[in-house]
Ligand binder design. Sequence first.
Ligand code: ZN
Ligand code: ZN
Length: 408
Amino acid sequence: MPERILVVVCDGLGDRPVSGFGNRTPLQAAARPALNFLARNGACGILDIIAPGVRPGSDTAHLALFGHDPFKVYTGRGPFEAMGVGMEVRPGDVAFRCNFSTVDDRLNIVDRRAGRIREGTAELARALDGWEFEGVEVHFKEGTEHRGVLLLRAPGLSSLVSDPDPHQEGVRPHECEPKAPEAALTARVVNAFVKRSTEVLRDHPVNRARRRAGERPANIVLPRGAGIMPHIPTFRERFGMKCAAIAGVALVKGICRVSGMEVIDVKGATGGLDTDIEAKLRAALKALESNDLVFVNIKAADLCGHDGDPNGKVKVAKRIDRAMSLVKKALPEGAILALTSDHSTPCCVKDHTGDPVPLVIYGKGVRADRVRTFDEIACAEGGLGRLRGVDLLPVLMDLAGRAEKFGA
Ligand code: ZN
Ligand code: ZN
């Protein structure tokens, strides 16, 4: 009988030795009885999420963990930026990363970041969102600070266009040029949008207030880095499986959604440091009653990594451990549980690195190995050895009795 699968991804949990911890990693320095129980009774290994030495983004990492070849399905950051700011993205949509910028009366770019504008961008974005040009739906949403995302939706769009953003100041924006005949419409829409941004933003109240305060107005939007959202086959299309996901951050939610998972919102699951890890895992166990696979992303450890805060990471690891003791007790009979990370975010680097991440798989039929503790070092000696991110799903499918036989 096919069994259920629960995958818990602790975002950015992997780390490097910290001298203040006697050269242990934050995970090694944390009391973690539940994680160690899983390691003692499960099969361990380490994962190169993309490939050895490749530093994954959370987007490419999750694509790999869901069994997609990220080199094939990741065609540009635009659509994933759109997901990151909480936009709905559909196959065929073309999206651009954008800056709010400042131009003078002759359209020369004075400041590509509009004085590093922080406030009022939501109002500016609303004034630009929801437009139509030559039958193309135009959506725009603000990101953090001076950033935003332009999303175009219509049949037959192409991402083969040049950047209006000249990537330098003192010059006028470039004309968006099609790099192939089929991109002509996309280029026209982008040029019309840039022109419209100057008209809409010039006398917008936010910019009038900025001028009064002696700040640079955000009076143009400069798109760059076009990407088209490919069709990503869903779990149902690939395996006939019904899947659900629980995640706090918009980017991961977006990737779960395009992979065909139902994204369940959990009260208290913020994606921040204060996120309620137990509530997330309790919701995951509940979702497992009516789904074949449930995926959970816990973001907090990654934030500590980016902040360079090893003590904070130890605390997060302890909280994850306490929440996992609950999962260990309530895991349905026969279910397969995997716990891993989507990349390392070492506190000493404050960014993602290519260091492999620890993995444990626990459940009926799993060959327990000699690993006694769950951490980056011990798991490297486990029975699963060193796998790639795309290997995780097939391994879990096999253990859950869901894999098709290859051959007769
Ligand atoms: Zn991540
Ligand atoms: Zn990160």
